[in-house]
Ligand binder design. Structure first.
Ligand code: HEC
Ligand code: HEC
Ligand code: HEC
Ligand code: HEC
Ligand code: HEC
Ligand code: HEC
Ligand code: HEC
Length: 399
């Protein structure tokens, strides 16, 4: 049992917390224990087998190639990653005129961060985020009990090639070590890694880097891959769940184990006026009238059971608009075509837009980019008629 230090009950608890906790330092989610996850636990203890994706690639080469280039594959990288170093090394950021200056340097192929308010530089062990929207540096420490804890860097990289304060960091007042980052306890540390990895191997509360599989890969969304691969190799049954057999809510909630779930929030927390909710696509979508009333619309030839908008049905979940094996980036028309599948003038379709001069691109008015923080712009997935009290629409994205 060497290396197996967390009991399965412990694993479940850790997984539950990973589900309930929100990222960063914004502790705004009420922890409740009603969640029942059908996902494999976030933390896979002491499994140092070969990377499953290598095995899947034998029979599913196309999907594996797609994932290799997708943001899901780059949710976590090492501090010596060349792309990571290129975005940070030799740069610095100062909050206001009196805040500390935090700077980054490349020392023999490894990224370090330092502050003019603290004597020692600290090593950037990991970089969270794919770099599509943001990258946050993280340093690891070992606490007195031998467990791994992380320091979340106070300065992050943002889309547009900007450095700025990490969401939640109070950089203008920070001095000393706090100017470099915010320390997180053992549980939060495991949560952060839990949503950004495929496998995390722990030994007495300590992360074992050799067992860590970076990025969100096959097993996180297709549990039981090993069993399926063996069965396929032996010419046996599929032994693999099809996502298309899940209900739209089950499907959205599964993505929501990481992208967050509406049923984990209280009704007060579920207000479309809160910019923080824009970070959590699966909360917004699940609250949209389009999602809630999707059963009232029908495709021209009737709905294909388990089918998706893409193949003529009117089902709405994440997969209507995204292939999770690829980037979300698509021309606006690709998304608008999904809206028009349901919204039209045919019998059984949902109403058409009542606004004058609404044009054809629905997104800027009903699904716009919104500033979550000064530098972080994400897409508001709560499709609705927007009110003046809603978070303002961000300036159009630069490529
Ligand atoms: C419950 C799962 C979960 C936890 C816990 C979590 N993250 Fe994330 N993280 C996500 C998801 C999903 C995204 C992509 C959606 C988004 O932007 O929030 C993301 C995105 C990010 C990004 C990219 C910026 C962005 O917002 O797109 C960074 C950086 C990041 N997380 C860092 C962290 C750090 C540091 C921690 C721990 C303090 C953490 N995360 C904890 C799920 C999680
Ligand atoms: C020996 C070949 C083989 C290997 C190895 C293999 N698969 Fe498959 N897989 C198949 C076949 C054949 C199907 C059935 C295709 C169908 O019926 O649509 C399938 C179907 C699937 C499906 C279901 C798709 C759907 O219709 O919803 C998923 C998901 C999947 N595989 C994932 C994986 C993952 C993850 C791995 C690696 C752990 C893997 N497979 C390894 C052959 C294989
Ligand atoms: C194990 C956690 C996890 C699960 C499960 C998960 N995601 Fe993600 N997802 C993330 C993280 C972390 C990111 C942030 C990547 C980044 O920093 O850009 C992300 C990013 C994305 C993006 C943004 C890609 C881009 O181009 O910016 C989309 C779209 C997405 N996820 C959709 C899904 C869908 C759909 C599902 C369910 C089928 C899903 N995710 C399940 C963790 C997860
Ligand atoms: C973020 C979640 C996520 C990850 C990571 C992921 N998948 Fe999938 N995969 C899905 C979902 C959801 C579907 C169903 C898509 C649909 O029905 O439109 C799917 C469909 C599939 C299919 C059948 C349809 C197709 O596109 O051929 C195969 C095969 C598959 N995945 C294999 C893999 C393999 C292999 C990996 C790892 C390299 C992987 N997936 C990683 C979520 C994921
Ligand atoms: C699966 C079908 C479906 C899809 C796809 C869909 N909608 Fe809807 N939408 C509906 C239904 C059903 C309603 C409720 C209609 C009603 O009340 O008559 C609705 C309501 C709306 C409303 C009114 C919401 C409110 O606040 O009252 C807007 C705006 C809207 N949709 C825009 C869009 C846009 C934009 C898209 C694409 C990004 C989209 N919808 C995609 C089915 C869909
Ligand atoms: C009606 C279409 C639609 C649906 C359904 C949808 N998205 Fe998106 N999503 C978008 C658009 C549009 C973008 C912006 C794409 C771009 O940047 O080019 C986006 C972007 C994203 C991003 C990147 C960060 C951001 O906010 O720009 C994430 C993460 C994401 N979606 C997750 C999800 C998840 C999880 C679900 C299911 C709960 C989902 N989306 C369902 C249309 C959709
Ligand atoms: C220029 C901004 C704009 C664009 C573009 C736009 N809408 Fe709207 N839409 C609005 C506004 C504002 C309202 C509320 C009008 C009102 O109160 O009568 C609205 C109302 C709606 C409604 C509710 C109709 C009703 O009778 O209650 C639906 C559905 C809708 N839009 C769908 C869409 C779809 C689908 C598209 C893309 C084909 C689209 N909109 C494009 C601004 C826009």
């Amino acid at each position: 049992m060497s290396g197996r230090s967390v009991s399965s009950a412990g694993m479940l608890l850790v997984a539950l917390f990973a589900i309930l906790l929100c990222g960063g330092t914004q502790a705004w989610i009420t922890r409740r224990t009603t969640a029942t996850s059908r996902f494999e636990p976030a933390i896979q203890v002491a499994r140092n087998g070969p990377k499953m994706s290598d095995r899947c690639a034998v029979c599913h080469p196309g999907v594996c190639q797609d994932i290799a280039a997708a943001p899901h594959n780059r949710t976590l990288r090492e501090g010596n990653d060349p792309d990571v170093r290129a975005r940070f090394a030799g740069r610095s950021f100062q909050q206001g005129k009196s805040g500390p200056t935090v700077s980054f340097e490349d020392r023999a192929g490894q990224l370090w961060m330092k502050s003019d308010s603290y004597p020692d530089a600290i090593r950037v062990d990991w970089m969270f985020g794919s770099g599509r929207h943001a990258l946050t540096p993280v340093s690891l420490l070992v606490n007195p009990h031998g467990a791994t804890e992380l320091v979340e860097g106070s300065v992050s990289w943002f889309h547009g090639d900007l450095l700025g304060a990490t969401p939640g960091a109070n950089l203008s007042k920070a001095r000393g070590m706090a100017s470099l980052g915010t320390p997180h306890d053992e549980a939060t540390t495991q949560d952060c890694f839990g949503c950004h990895v495929t496998q995390l191997t722990m030994d007495q509360g300590r992360i074992r880097p050799e067992g860590l599989i970076r990025g969100v890969s096959c097993e996180r969304c297709h549990p039981g891959g090993e069993r399926h691969a063996e069965s396929m190799e032996a010419g046996g049954p599929l032994l693999m769940e099809r996502w298309s057999e899940l209900s739209p809510l089950e499907s959205v909630n599964r993505c929501g184990e990481c992208h967050r779930r509406a049923d984990h929030l209280t009704s007060q927390e579920l207000s479309p006026e809160r910019p923080v909710l824009v970070r959590f696509a699966s909360i917004g979508l699940a609250m949209s009238p389009c999602f809630l009333k999707q059963d009232t619309v029908k495709a021209a030839g009737g709905n294909v059971p388990g089918g998706n908008v893409a193949n003529g049905a009117t089902r709405l979940d994440c997969l209507t608009c995204h292939d999770p094996h690829r980037s979300a980036e698509e021309p606006a028309e690709a998304f608008v075509q999904k809206c028009q599948q349901c919204h039209g003038t045919q019998p059984n379709q949902a109403r058409v837009c009542s606004a004058p001069q609404s044009g054809t691109n629905c997104l800027p008015c009903h699904m716009p980019p919104v500033n979550v923080t000064d530098n972080l712009v994400l897409t508001d997935h709560w499709i609705r008629i927007r009110k003046p009290t809603d978070p303002p629409v961000a300036a159009p994205k630069t490529p």
